[in-house]
Design a protein around this ligand. Structure first.
Ligand SMILES: *[C@@H]1O[C@H](CO)[C@@H](O)[C@H](O)[C@H]1NC(C)=O
Ligand SMILES: *[C@@H]1O[C@H](CO)[C@@H](O)[C@H](O)[C@H]1NC(C)=O
Ligand SMILES: *[C@@H]1O[C@H](CO)[C@@H](O)[C@H](O)[C@H]1NC(C)=O
Ligand SMILES: *[C@@H]1O[C@H](CO)[C@@H](O)[C@H](O)[C@H]1NC(C)=O
Ligand SMILES: *[C@@H]1O[C@H](CO)[C@@H](O)[C@H](O)[C@H]1NC(C)=O
Ligand SMILES: *[C@@H]1O[C@H](CO)[C@@H](O)[C@H](O)[C@H]1NC(C)=O
Ligand SMILES: CC(=O)N[C@H]1CO[C@H](CO)[C@@H](O)[C@@H]1O
Length: 636
């Protein structure tokens, strides 16, 4: 099917290495009520690690131990050596919390991962579906005797999380006990080491001055800023590393004062070149003092002991171990996000241009790397997250990635969803398209169209600067809600320049910061029908100023992802004329920007495919015959 252009390449990719054949869908989950229990081959036997963890718990006199899924920087993507939750439970999803007592073990994860958990966990583990702290606390109160203690690693709790547990356990006569030496690490014999690495580089002094000005201008007069999230330090110094999968970050903390900069990192990995770059052999305000990663607690303690100091932390990404050192209270200043994260969220003109260009130039790679998985494209640094490639019922799992046991042969009879992205030196991409190789059902077509309507409704919205994403999020759901459909994940997230593909605090959630011009966000409504199919349409957009008839300071979204949607799945009769107009204008932009790039790269087949798929839609008529109708009409 050469006429399918890159879609063909995608389908080949999905087959490569995963052709173990389809296994009946229902048999892939465990069944713990059978005797003996039924375990699929994907389930991990966790008996030994549980036994050893319990042995470590006894002398500490704790009745339960909490194992979060994050690392000491509260990162979204974690290095293999921080995958303690997966080691203990077998479950490899990106979100979850486990609790172990002497007799029980339970995992909490959200709806995206229930099926995966039932495929990967053995019957040592209960699956709990309400992921709120209050639900975990309720379970703890049932399982831990009165007066009992619940152990946790303070490096893996944000102070917000610690406080939530405290509040929920407050009147129960059960208490948390902070245990800085992680118990899972003690039983994890072949825990992966820190990868050897050299840090890559590019100019940081202006950023330091900018952040110092924010500190100076702050009415609470902080004397120091503590940076804990990995992207904060990476951004501040323009450094990238390799410690975390998919995100180019390195283990680090930074303590920035008006006249000093302390950078905590694994100093044995610092090259002479990097020392020169960081001006590390002097004492002035623009000299970086390199300190061992493990000395952060001692150095912070010493700093806080001085009179008249006040340390600013962002509560969303600071771990409890650091937070609890900052006492008394008048030495602490908090905001949800550090000034580094809020500054970084607004891209300057150069960053905007570069990130836009990345979506044009890498359009082709983004779609072809999947077939030969080489990072041959210039500036490419690999994928920005694990590609989600799912057909038929597997796509109903919003975060499915193929494995030998669950992969399915593609057929022309079903829908196929691919969510992929790349890290390039000039930007990070993330895009999802859903296609049908054969004839979609009426329901599939309607659901797809309604998801697309949600994407378009958000994309074409005009709003005052400073509007919060959470207040426009329902525009992405409205067309689905009208017919009683919905989706169980967020509607979008910020994106970085060769940075995190999920760059909070930009997005459509309640705890995201207000939208300003220059921010990048994904827009990604979806619909998932269990055991049947899944749909997601995801584009990246930059927030830009727009002229309105009467008002000033209004903004809208400008979509930078430039790939047409599957025409076969669009029922244009459902779209409003404004939505159709938006779609046609978007297709015009794709032709204008991507056409010349495809010519330049000599991709003639892809260009033909692009042109065919960006034909303007007429205002009514069934979409299956739209291109015919269009031809007939132009000749009439
Ligand atoms: C487990 O197997 C039993 C007996 O076949 C069945 O009744 C039950 O529904 C199964 N449970 C799950 C969760 O599949
Ligand atoms: C799990 O491993 C333990 C210890 O090696 C063993 O005794 C047990 O039989 C295994 N369980 C299953 C279901 O294979
Ligand atoms: C907490 O529980 C312990 C053990 O049962 C008991 O001795 C103690 O009195 C309880 N304290 C409160 C405040 O209820
Ligand atoms: C262990 O915890 C119990 C409450 O569960 C407490 O009564 C006891 O004093 C503790 N023992 C030690 C050695 O800390
Ligand atoms: C390096 O530090 C010295 C001494 O404080 C300062 O004068 C100089 O401007 C710094 N150089 C750079 C490139 O930041
Ligand atoms: C999946 O199957 C392929 C081909 O049979 C094999 O080479 C590969 O090691 C398997 N991967 C896993 C994780 O089992
Ligand atoms: C009514 C009519 O002329 N229909 C034609 C429209 O164009 C298609 C493809 O070019 C023809 O197959 C139809 O006969």
């Amino acid at each position: 099917m050469p006429s399918y252009g890159w879609l063909l390449a995608l389908s080949l990719a999905a087959l490569t290495g995963n052709n173990a054949g389809a296994i009946a869908y229902e048999r892939t989950e465990r069944n713990c009520s059978l005797v003996p229990p039924y375990l699929p081959s994907t389930a991990v036997n966790t008996t030994l690690q549980l036994q050893e963890l319990r042995e470590r718990m006894r002398p500490l006199n704790i009745s339960a131990y909490i194992i979060p899924g994050t690392d000491a920087h509260l990162s979204e993507y974690i290095a293999p050596r921080d995958a303690r939750l997966a080691f203990m439970t077998g479950f490899t999803g990106s979100a979850g919390t486990a609790v172990v007592t002497q007799t029980k073990a339970a995992l909490w994860t959200d709806s995206r991962y229930w099926v995966q958990a039932k495929r990967q966990m053995d019957c040592n583990w209960e699956l709990e579906k309400d992921v709120s702290v209050s639900s975990v606390a309720e379970w703890l109160i049932t399982e831990v005797p009165p007066g009992g203690q619940i152990g946790f690693d303070p490096f893996l709790f944000s102070l917000k999380t610690q406080e939530d547990y405290d509040v929920n356990l407050e009147s129960s006569n059960r208490s948390l006990k902070s245990i800085p030496a992680n118990l899972v690490d003690q039983v994890w014999k072949d825990r992966p080491p820190i990868p050897p690495d050299t840090l890559t580089q590019r100019s940081w002094q202006m950023k330091v001055e900018h952040i110092r000005n924010e500190m100076r201008d702050n009415p609470y007069q902080p004397t120091a800023l503590l940076l804990s999230a990995l992207d904060e330090t990476a951004w501040l110094f323009n450094l990238r590393g390799n410690d975390i999968p998919y995100n180019p970050f390195f283990y680090s903390y930074t303590l920035l004062t008006m006249d000093k900069i302390w950078l905590f990192l694994h100093t044995d990995r610092v090259s002479e070149e990097l020392k020169v770059y960081l001006n590390a052999s002097c004492e002035g305000p623009l000299c970086v003092q390199l300190k061992g990663y493990d000395t952060v607690l001692d150095n912070l303690k010493t700093y806080v002991a001085q009179p008249g100091v006040k340390v600013w932390i962002g509560t969303e990404y600071t771990n409890y171990a650091l937070y609890e050192l900052i006492t008394p209270q008048d030495k602490l200043m908090t905001s949800s996000y550090s000034p580094v994260l809020t500054t970084k969220a607004v891209k300057d003109e150069t960053e905007q241009r570069i990130l836009r260009d990345a979506h044009v130039c890498h359009l082709h790679t983004q779609t072809h790397t999947h077939s030969h998985s080489g990072y041959t494209q210039k500036d490419s640094r690999g994928p920005s997250f694990e590609t989600i490639s799912a057909s038929g019922p597997n796509a109903a799992l919003a975060h499915y990635s193929p494995t030998n046991e669950t992969s399915r042969r593609l057929t022309v009879e079903e829908m196929y969803l691919i969510d992929s992205g790349g890290q390039y030196l000039d930007g990070t991409t993330d895009i999802t398209r859903t296609v049908h190789w054969g004839t979609p059902t009426a329901m599939q077509k309607e659901a797809f169209t309604r998801v697309l309507m949600g994407n378009i409704e958000i994309s074409r919205t005009i709003f005052p600067s400073g509007t919060r994403g959470v207040n426009m999020e329902m525009l992405g759901r409205r067309a689905l809600w009208e017919v009683g459909l919905n989706y169980g994940h967020g509607t979008g997230h910020g994106v970085g320049n060769y940075f995190g593909v999920h760059e909070w605090p930009v997005g459509f959630q309640g705890n995201n910061i207000p939208f300003r011009a220059g921010m990048f966000t994904s827009i990604e409504p979806g619909y998932y029908k269990e055991n049947d199919f899944g749909i997601r349409i995801e584009d990246i957009a930059v927030i830009v100023p727009i002229q309105t008839k009467y008002g000033h300071n209004f903004l809208t979204f400008d979509t930078v992802s430039l790939v047409p949607y599957d025409r076969k799945l669009i029922d244009t009769s459902l779209l409003s004329s404004e939505q159709l107009q938006w779609l046609n204008k978007y297709y015009e932009t794709i032709r204008k920007l991507v056409g010349p790039e495809l010519d330049k790269q000599g991709l003639h087949e892809e260009k033909d495919w692009m042109l065919r798929n960006t034909d303007p839609f007429m205002t009514s008529g069934s979409s299956a015959s739209v291109s015919f109708l269009f031809l007939n009409w132009t000749f009439v």
